[in-house]
Design a protein around this ligand. Structure first.
Ligand code: 5AD
Ligand code: SF4
Length: 443
Protein backbone atom coordinates (compact mmCIF):
# COMPACT_ATOMS: atom_id res chain seq x y z
CA UNK A 1 0.00 0.00 0.00
CA UNK A 2 1.87 3.10 -1.17
CA UNK A 3 1.28 6.23 0.83
CA UNK A 4 2.67 8.85 -1.49
CA UNK A 5 1.46 12.15 -0.21
CA UNK A 6 0.53 10.82 3.24
CA UNK A 7 2.35 13.11 5.60
CA UNK A 8 0.86 12.36 8.96
CA UNK A 9 2.42 11.62 12.30
CA UNK A 10 1.41 10.08 15.58
CA UNK A 11 3.42 10.41 18.77
CA UNK A 12 2.94 8.02 21.69
CA UNK A 13 4.23 9.41 24.97
CA UNK A 14 5.00 7.25 27.98
CA UNK A 15 5.93 8.51 31.41
CA UNK A 16 6.35 11.89 32.99
CA UNK A 17 5.61 15.50 32.15
CA UNK A 18 9.17 15.93 30.93
CA UNK A 19 8.43 13.40 28.20
CA UNK A 20 5.15 15.13 27.37
CA UNK A 21 7.09 18.35 26.95
CA UNK A 22 9.67 16.60 24.75
CA UNK A 23 6.86 15.20 22.62
CA UNK A 24 5.63 18.75 22.03
CA UNK A 25 9.09 19.52 20.64
CA UNK A 26 8.99 16.42 18.40
CA UNK A 27 5.53 17.44 17.17
CA UNK A 28 6.76 20.99 16.47
CA UNK A 29 9.67 19.59 14.45
CA UNK A 30 7.45 17.27 12.44
CA UNK A 31 5.02 20.11 11.69
CA UNK A 32 7.93 22.23 10.45
CA UNK A 33 8.81 19.33 8.16
CA UNK A 34 5.28 19.47 6.74
CA UNK A 35 3.60 16.65 8.65
CA UNK A 36 0.17 16.74 10.27
CA UNK A 37 -0.92 15.09 13.48
CA UNK A 38 -3.28 12.10 13.27
CA UNK A 39 -4.82 9.90 15.94
CA UNK A 40 -4.65 6.89 13.63
CA UNK A 41 -1.38 5.28 14.64
CA UNK A 42 -1.58 2.46 12.13
CA UNK A 43 -2.24 4.73 9.14
CA UNK A 44 0.25 7.46 10.16
CA UNK A 45 3.28 7.79 7.92
CA UNK A 46 5.47 8.55 10.93
CA UNK A 47 5.08 7.09 14.41
CA UNK A 48 7.33 8.21 17.25
CA UNK A 49 7.33 6.34 20.55
CA UNK A 50 8.76 8.49 23.34
CA UNK A 51 9.64 6.03 26.09
CA UNK A 52 9.97 5.98 29.88
CA UNK A 53 12.06 3.58 31.95
CA UNK A 54 11.17 4.60 35.48
CA UNK A 55 9.22 1.40 36.17
CA UNK A 56 8.93 -1.97 34.46
CA UNK A 57 5.31 -1.35 33.50
CA UNK A 58 6.27 1.46 31.13
CA UNK A 59 8.86 -0.82 29.50
CA UNK A 60 6.24 -3.49 28.92
CA UNK A 61 3.70 -1.07 27.49
CA UNK A 62 6.30 0.29 25.09
CA UNK A 63 7.11 -3.14 23.68
CA UNK A 64 3.38 -3.87 23.47
CA UNK A 65 2.67 -0.77 21.37
CA UNK A 66 5.78 -1.36 19.27
CA UNK A 67 4.61 -4.91 18.50
CA UNK A 68 1.25 -3.57 17.31
CA UNK A 69 3.04 -1.42 14.72
CA UNK A 70 4.95 -4.28 13.10
CA UNK A 71 2.25 -5.25 10.63
CA UNK A 72 1.54 -1.72 9.37
CA UNK A 73 5.27 -1.01 9.07
CA UNK A 74 5.74 -4.14 6.94
CA UNK A 75 2.72 -3.30 4.80
CA UNK A 76 3.91 0.21 4.13
CA UNK A 77 7.54 0.55 3.05
CA UNK A 78 7.30 4.34 3.38
CA UNK A 79 6.20 4.29 6.98
CA UNK A 80 8.80 5.41 9.52
CA UNK A 81 8.82 4.11 13.08
CA UNK A 82 11.07 6.09 15.42
CA UNK A 83 11.74 5.37 19.09
CA UNK A 84 13.34 7.72 21.60
CA UNK A 85 13.36 8.74 25.24
CA UNK A 86 14.74 7.28 28.44
CA UNK A 87 14.68 3.60 27.50
CA UNK A 88 17.02 4.27 24.59
CA UNK A 89 19.76 5.37 26.98
CA UNK A 90 20.09 1.73 28.09
CA UNK A 91 22.26 -0.60 26.03
CA UNK A 92 20.12 -3.62 26.95
CA UNK A 93 17.12 -1.97 25.28
CA UNK A 94 19.08 -1.12 22.14
CA UNK A 95 20.27 -4.75 21.96
CA UNK A 96 16.70 -6.03 22.30
CA UNK A 97 15.44 -3.66 19.60
CA UNK A 98 18.19 -4.75 17.20
CA UNK A 99 17.51 -8.42 17.68
CA UNK A 100 13.72 -8.54 18.05
CA UNK A 101 12.48 -5.37 16.32
CA UNK A 102 14.95 -4.87 13.43
CA UNK A 103 12.24 -3.11 11.40
CA UNK A 104 12.41 0.00 13.65
CA UNK A 105 13.78 2.82 11.48
CA UNK A 106 15.20 5.39 13.87
CA UNK A 107 16.50 5.13 17.42
CA UNK A 108 17.66 8.21 19.31
CA UNK A 109 17.98 9.18 22.97
CA UNK A 110 17.19 11.90 25.49
CA UNK A 111 20.29 14.01 24.79
CA UNK A 112 19.98 14.39 21.02
CA UNK A 113 16.31 15.24 20.61
CA UNK A 114 17.45 18.47 18.93
CA UNK A 115 18.97 16.31 16.17
CA UNK A 116 15.66 14.68 15.32
CA UNK A 117 14.93 16.68 12.11
CA UNK A 118 18.34 15.78 10.66
CA UNK A 119 18.12 12.12 11.68
CA UNK A 120 14.56 11.86 10.44
CA UNK A 121 15.39 13.42 7.05
CA UNK A 122 18.28 10.97 6.62
CA UNK A 123 16.05 8.00 7.38
CA UNK A 124 13.29 9.21 5.07
CA UNK A 125 15.42 10.34 2.13
CA UNK A 126 17.98 7.56 2.14
CA UNK A 127 15.70 4.81 3.48
CA UNK A 128 18.29 3.66 5.92
CA UNK A 129 18.12 2.72 9.56
CA UNK A 130 19.82 4.99 12.08
CA UNK A 131 20.70 4.56 15.74
CA UNK A 132 22.24 7.62 17.34
CA UNK A 133 22.54 7.85 21.11
CA UNK A 134 24.58 10.44 22.96
CA UNK A 135 26.03 9.53 26.34
CA UNK A 136 25.33 12.94 27.84
CA UNK A 137 25.18 16.66 27.19
CA UNK A 138 26.27 19.79 29.06
CA UNK A 139 23.53 22.09 27.89
CA UNK A 140 19.85 22.13 27.00
CA UNK A 141 19.29 23.13 23.36
CA UNK A 142 17.38 26.41 22.96
CA UNK A 143 15.11 27.60 20.20
CA UNK A 144 13.60 24.24 19.26
CA UNK A 145 10.06 24.42 17.88
CA UNK A 146 7.11 23.14 19.92
CA UNK A 147 3.53 22.30 19.14
CA UNK A 148 1.84 22.99 22.48
CA UNK A 149 -0.89 20.66 23.60
CA UNK A 150 -2.92 23.51 25.14
CA UNK A 151 -2.95 27.26 24.53
CA UNK A 152 -3.90 28.21 28.09
CA UNK A 153 -1.51 26.02 30.09
CA UNK A 154 2.02 24.96 29.28
CA UNK A 155 4.93 22.99 30.58
CA UNK A 156 8.21 24.87 30.67
CA UNK A 157 11.34 22.83 31.19
CA UNK A 158 13.78 24.79 33.37
CA UNK A 159 16.36 22.10 34.01
CA UNK A 160 17.10 18.54 33.05
CA UNK A 161 18.88 15.62 34.57
CA UNK A 162 19.43 14.53 38.14
CA UNK A 163 22.49 14.29 40.39
CA UNK A 164 20.82 12.55 43.30
CA UNK A 165 21.17 8.87 42.48
CA UNK A 166 18.37 7.58 44.69
CA UNK A 167 19.27 3.91 44.86
CA UNK A 168 16.07 2.68 43.13
CA UNK A 169 15.99 5.21 40.31
CA UNK A 170 17.13 4.90 36.71
CA UNK A 171 16.65 8.59 35.83
CA UNK A 172 20.21 9.81 36.58
CA UNK A 173 21.44 7.18 34.11
CA UNK A 174 18.93 7.99 31.36
CA UNK A 175 18.69 11.77 31.70
CA UNK A 176 22.26 12.51 32.77
CA UNK A 177 23.59 15.20 35.09
CA UNK A 178 21.70 18.33 36.10
CA UNK A 179 21.86 21.29 33.77
CA UNK A 180 19.75 24.41 33.98
CA UNK A 181 18.46 26.79 31.32
CA UNK A 182 19.28 30.46 31.71
CA UNK A 183 16.65 32.63 33.40
CA UNK A 184 16.61 34.84 30.27
CA UNK A 185 15.66 31.91 28.03
CA UNK A 186 13.00 30.73 30.48
CA UNK A 187 11.49 34.20 30.92
CA UNK A 188 11.49 34.80 27.18
CA UNK A 189 9.68 31.52 26.61
CA UNK A 190 7.08 32.32 29.27
CA UNK A 191 6.53 35.85 27.97
CA UNK A 192 5.92 34.36 24.54
CA UNK A 193 3.46 31.86 25.98
CA UNK A 194 1.64 34.62 27.89
CA UNK A 195 1.40 36.67 24.70
CA UNK A 196 -0.31 33.67 23.09
CA UNK A 197 -2.92 33.48 25.87
CA UNK A 198 -1.24 31.06 28.26
CA UNK A 199 -2.48 31.51 31.84
CA UNK A 200 -0.71 28.71 33.66
CA UNK A 201 2.88 27.49 33.51
CA UNK A 202 4.26 24.38 35.15
CA UNK A 203 8.03 24.59 35.57
CA UNK A 204 9.56 21.19 34.97
CA UNK A 205 12.70 19.51 36.12
CA UNK A 206 13.68 16.28 37.90
CA UNK A 207 14.68 18.40 40.85
CA UNK A 208 13.53 21.98 40.28
CA UNK A 209 14.70 23.29 43.62
CA UNK A 210 18.31 22.65 42.75
CA UNK A 211 17.88 24.93 39.73
CA UNK A 212 21.25 26.60 39.07
CA UNK A 213 20.85 28.90 36.10
CA UNK A 214 22.52 31.90 37.75
CA UNK A 215 19.63 32.81 40.05
CA UNK A 216 18.01 30.62 42.67
CA UNK A 217 14.80 28.75 41.96
CA UNK A 218 12.96 31.07 44.35
CA UNK A 219 14.30 34.13 42.52
CA UNK A 220 13.21 32.59 39.22
CA UNK A 221 9.68 32.14 40.56
CA UNK A 222 9.59 35.77 41.72
CA UNK A 223 10.58 36.88 38.21
CA UNK A 224 7.89 34.75 36.60
CA UNK A 225 5.36 36.08 39.10
CA UNK A 226 5.83 39.51 37.50
CA UNK A 227 5.01 38.40 33.95
CA UNK A 228 1.76 39.94 32.70
CA UNK A 229 -0.87 37.37 31.84
CA UNK A 230 0.54 34.45 33.85
CA UNK A 231 -2.04 33.80 36.53
CA UNK A 232 -0.85 30.44 37.80
CA UNK A 233 2.63 29.10 38.44
CA UNK A 234 3.25 25.47 39.32
CA UNK A 235 6.42 23.43 39.45
CA UNK A 236 7.56 19.84 39.78
CA UNK A 237 9.37 17.87 41.01
CA UNK A 238 11.03 19.00 44.26
CA UNK A 239 13.41 17.02 46.41
CA UNK A 240 12.72 17.45 50.15
CA UNK A 241 16.44 17.77 50.93
CA UNK A 242 16.65 20.94 48.80
CA UNK A 243 13.44 22.61 49.93
CA UNK A 244 14.78 25.95 51.10
CA UNK A 245 13.19 28.56 53.36
CA UNK A 246 13.66 30.94 50.46
CA UNK A 247 11.36 28.82 48.29
CA UNK A 248 8.85 28.45 51.11
CA UNK A 249 8.88 32.27 51.35
CA UNK A 250 7.55 32.45 47.77
CA UNK A 251 4.28 30.97 49.01
CA UNK A 252 3.90 34.01 51.27
CA UNK A 253 4.67 36.61 48.63
CA UNK A 254 4.03 35.42 45.08
CA UNK A 255 0.49 36.19 43.99
CA UNK A 256 0.42 33.68 41.16
CA UNK A 257 2.07 30.70 42.79
CA UNK A 258 -0.51 27.92 43.17
CA UNK A 259 -0.99 26.86 46.76
CA UNK A 260 0.01 23.27 46.20
CA UNK A 261 3.27 21.41 46.54
CA UNK A 262 4.34 18.02 45.23
CA UNK A 263 6.93 16.74 47.70
CA UNK A 264 7.83 13.08 47.11
CA UNK A 265 8.58 11.35 50.40
CA UNK A 266 9.06 7.79 49.03
CA UNK A 267 9.04 6.23 52.52
CA UNK A 268 8.28 7.16 56.12
CA UNK A 269 11.02 4.94 57.56
CA UNK A 270 14.42 6.47 58.34
CA UNK A 271 16.15 3.18 57.63
CA UNK A 272 14.53 2.82 54.21
CA UNK A 273 15.12 6.50 53.42
CA UNK A 274 18.84 6.00 54.17
CA UNK A 275 18.92 2.87 51.99
CA UNK A 276 17.18 4.81 49.25
CA UNK A 277 19.92 7.48 49.49
CA UNK A 278 17.29 10.19 49.94
CA UNK A 279 19.47 12.27 52.31
CA UNK A 280 16.68 13.35 54.69
CA UNK A 281 14.96 11.84 57.71
CA UNK A 282 11.22 11.61 58.37
CA UNK A 283 11.66 14.32 61.05
CA UNK A 284 13.26 16.67 58.56
CA UNK A 285 10.55 15.93 56.03
CA UNK A 286 7.79 16.59 58.58
CA UNK A 287 9.55 19.79 59.63
CA UNK A 288 9.59 21.00 55.99
CA UNK A 289 5.89 20.20 55.65
CA UNK A 290 5.20 22.16 58.85
CA UNK A 291 7.22 25.11 57.52
CA UNK A 292 5.23 25.05 54.27
CA UNK A 293 1.96 24.99 56.18
CA UNK A 294 3.07 27.80 58.43
CA UNK A 295 3.84 29.98 55.41
CA UNK A 296 0.69 28.92 53.58
CA UNK A 297 -1.90 27.26 55.84
CA UNK A 298 -4.18 25.98 53.08
CA UNK A 299 -1.43 24.57 50.88
CA UNK A 300 -2.31 21.19 49.32
CA UNK A 301 0.56 18.75 49.67
CA UNK A 302 0.93 15.73 47.39
CA UNK A 303 3.58 13.05 47.23
CA UNK A 304 5.07 9.92 45.68
CA UNK A 305 5.50 6.77 47.77
CA UNK A 306 7.28 3.54 46.89
CA UNK A 307 6.07 0.36 48.59
CA UNK A 308 8.23 -2.74 48.91
CA UNK A 309 11.69 -1.26 48.57
CA UNK A 310 14.27 -4.04 49.21
CA UNK A 311 14.51 -4.82 52.92
CA UNK A 312 11.32 -2.92 53.82
CA UNK A 313 9.83 -4.57 56.92
CA UNK A 314 6.30 -4.35 58.29
CA UNK A 315 7.64 -1.89 60.86
CA UNK A 316 9.13 0.31 58.13
CA UNK A 317 5.82 0.18 56.32
CA UNK A 318 3.98 1.18 59.51
CA UNK A 319 6.27 4.23 59.64
CA UNK A 320 5.10 5.13 56.14
CA UNK A 321 1.44 4.76 57.16
CA UNK A 322 2.10 6.89 60.21
CA UNK A 323 3.75 9.61 58.13
CA UNK A 324 0.83 9.58 55.69
CA UNK A 325 -1.56 10.11 58.63
CA UNK A 326 0.53 12.96 59.97
CA UNK A 327 0.94 14.84 56.69
CA UNK A 328 -2.59 14.20 55.39
CA UNK A 329 -1.81 14.36 51.68
CA UNK A 330 -4.29 15.87 49.28
CA UNK A 331 -3.32 13.03 46.98
CA UNK A 332 -0.45 10.60 46.59
CA UNK A 333 1.02 8.60 43.74
CA UNK A 334 1.83 5.16 45.04
CA UNK A 335 4.18 2.74 43.33
CA UNK A 336 5.21 -0.85 43.82
CA UNK A 337 8.98 -0.94 43.91
CA UNK A 338 10.19 -1.98 40.47
CA UNK A 339 13.65 -3.47 39.97
CA UNK A 340 15.65 -1.28 37.56
CA UNK A 341 18.78 -2.97 36.19
CA UNK A 342 21.93 -0.96 36.81
CA UNK A 343 20.70 0.74 39.99
CA UNK A 344 22.16 -0.19 43.41
CA UNK A 345 18.79 -1.38 44.82
CA UNK A 346 18.44 -3.90 41.99
CA UNK A 347 21.49 -5.75 43.33
CA UNK A 348 19.97 -6.32 46.75
CA UNK A 349 19.21 -9.85 47.76
CA UNK A 350 16.44 -8.87 50.21
CA UNK A 351 13.77 -8.07 47.61
CA UNK A 352 10.27 -8.00 49.11
CA UNK A 353 8.00 -10.82 47.86
CA UNK A 354 5.32 -9.71 45.40
CA UNK A 355 2.36 -10.67 47.59
CA UNK A 356 3.69 -8.68 50.53
CA UNK A 357 4.30 -5.68 48.26
CA UNK A 358 0.73 -5.87 46.96
CA UNK A 359 -0.75 -6.26 50.41
CA UNK A 360 1.10 -3.19 51.70
CA UNK A 361 0.20 -1.28 48.57
CA UNK A 362 -3.51 -1.95 49.13
CA UNK A 363 -3.33 -0.95 52.79
CA UNK A 364 -1.49 2.23 51.89
CA UNK A 365 -4.04 3.17 49.27
CA UNK A 366 -6.90 2.57 51.69
CA UNK A 367 -5.26 4.95 54.18
CA UNK A 368 -4.61 7.61 51.55
CA UNK A 369 -8.15 7.38 50.19
CA UNK A 370 -9.73 7.70 53.63
CA UNK A 371 -7.80 10.94 54.17
CA UNK A 372 -8.58 12.13 50.65
CA UNK A 373 -12.26 11.56 51.29
CA UNK A 374 -12.16 13.77 54.38
CA UNK A 375 -10.19 16.46 52.58
CA UNK A 376 -12.58 16.16 49.62
CA UNK A 377 -15.55 16.87 51.89
CA UNK A 378 -13.91 20.06 53.13
CA UNK A 379 -14.27 21.45 49.60
CA UNK A 380 -18.08 21.38 49.91
CA UNK A 381 -19.67 24.84 49.40
CA UNK A 382 -16.31 26.56 48.95
CA UNK A 383 -15.88 29.05 46.13
CA UNK A 384 -12.60 28.43 44.34
CA UNK A 385 -10.87 29.80 41.26
CA UNK A 386 -11.03 27.15 38.53
CA UNK A 387 -9.22 27.14 35.19
CA UNK A 388 -11.71 25.78 32.66
CA UNK A 389 -9.95 23.26 30.42
CA UNK A 390 -12.62 21.83 28.10
CA UNK A 391 -15.46 19.31 27.95
CA UNK A 392 -15.54 16.77 30.78
CA UNK A 393 -14.24 13.30 29.93
CA UNK A 394 -16.96 11.59 31.95
CA UNK A 395 -19.87 13.80 30.86
CA UNK A 396 -19.38 15.71 27.60
CA UNK A 397 -22.34 17.94 28.48
CA UNK A 398 -20.26 19.41 31.29
CA UNK A 399 -17.03 21.40 31.31
CA UNK A 400 -14.09 20.41 33.39
CA UNK A 401 -11.55 22.61 35.11
CA UNK A 402 -8.85 22.53 37.73
CA UNK A 403 -8.51 24.12 41.12
CA UNK A 404 -5.23 25.55 42.34
CA UNK A 405 -4.68 22.23 44.11
CA UNK A 406 -5.00 20.43 40.74
CA UNK A 407 -8.35 18.82 41.60
CA UNK A 408 -10.71 18.45 38.67
CA UNK A 409 -14.14 20.05 38.91
CA UNK A 410 -17.01 19.30 36.56
CA UNK A 411 -19.53 22.06 36.06
CA UNK A 412 -22.16 23.23 33.61
CA UNK A 413 -20.47 26.04 31.68
CA UNK A 414 -20.20 27.47 28.24
CA UNK A 415 -17.32 26.52 25.91
CA UNK A 416 -16.36 30.20 25.68
CA UNK A 417 -14.97 29.92 29.21
CA UNK A 418 -12.25 27.46 28.13
CA UNK A 419 -8.89 28.92 29.14
CA UNK A 420 -10.41 31.30 31.68
CA UNK A 421 -10.10 31.24 35.44
CA UNK A 422 -13.55 31.63 37.00
CA UNK A 423 -14.95 31.40 40.53
CA UNK A 424 -16.76 28.11 41.06
CA UNK A 425 -18.88 27.03 44.01
CA UNK A 426 -18.40 23.35 44.90
CA UNK A 427 -21.85 21.80 45.16
CA UNK A 428 -20.84 18.17 45.50
CA UNK A 429 -17.51 16.92 46.84
CA UNK A 430 -16.58 13.28 46.31
CA UNK A 431 -13.27 11.58 47.01
CA UNK A 432 -11.93 11.85 43.49
CA UNK A 433 -14.23 14.35 41.86
CA UNK A 434 -15.73 17.71 42.58
CA UNK A 435 -18.88 19.11 40.99
CA UNK A 436 -19.53 22.82 40.92
CA UNK A 437 -21.42 25.73 39.46
CA UNK A 438 -20.29 29.16 38.36
CA UNK A 439 -20.30 31.31 41.44
CA UNK A 440 -20.87 34.59 39.69
CA UNK A 441 -22.80 35.60 36.60
CA UNK A 442 -20.09 36.01 33.97
CA UNK A 443 -22.51 37.72 31.53
N1 5AD B 1 10.19 1.61 41.44
C1 5AD B 1 9.04 2.19 41.82
N2 5AD B 1 8.83 3.50 41.75
C2 5AD B 1 9.84 4.28 41.29
N3 5AD B 1 9.93 5.61 41.14
C3 5AD B 1 11.14 5.89 40.64
N4 5AD B 1 11.85 4.77 40.47
C4 5AD B 1 11.06 3.75 40.89
C5 5AD B 1 11.23 2.34 40.97
N5 5AD B 1 12.35 1.75 40.63
C6 5AD B 1 8.86 6.54 41.51
C7 5AD B 1 9.31 7.50 42.59
C8 5AD B 1 9.42 8.80 41.85
C9 5AD B 1 8.36 8.63 40.79
C10 5AD B 1 8.47 9.54 39.64
O1 5AD B 1 8.50 7.30 40.39
O2 5AD B 1 8.29 7.57 43.56
O3 5AD B 1 9.16 9.92 42.69
FE1 SF4 C 1 15.17 9.64 40.56
FE2 SF4 C 1 15.81 10.50 43.01
FE3 SF4 C 1 16.60 11.91 40.84
FE4 SF4 C 1 14.01 11.85 41.51
S1 SF4 C 1 15.67 12.72 42.74
S2 SF4 C 1 14.87 11.57 39.43
S3 SF4 C 1 13.76 9.78 42.32
S4 SF4 C 1 17.27 9.84 41.40
Amino acid sequence: MARTGNRTYNIVTFGCQMNERDSETLAGMLEELGYEQTDDRLAASVVVLNTCSVRENADKRFFGVLGQLKHSREEDPDKIVAVCGCMMQQQSVIDKLKSKYPWVDLIFGTHNIGEFPRLFANVRDERRKITEIWEGSDTIPEGLPAKRMYSFKSYVSIMQGCNNFCSYCIVPYTRGRERSRSPEAILEEIRGLAAGGCKEVTLLGQNVNSYAGGVSFAQLIRMIDEIDGIERIRFMTSHPKDLSDELIGCFRDCRHLCRCFHLPVQSGSDRVLADMNRKYTRERYLERVAALREACPDIAITTDIIVGFPGETEEDFQDTLDLVRRVRYDSAFTFLYSVRGGTPAAERKDQVPEEIKHDRFNRLIAEIHAIQEEIGKSYQDKVLPVLIEGPSKTDPAMMTGRTESLKTVDLPACETLVGKIVPVRIVKAQTFSLYGELAADRG
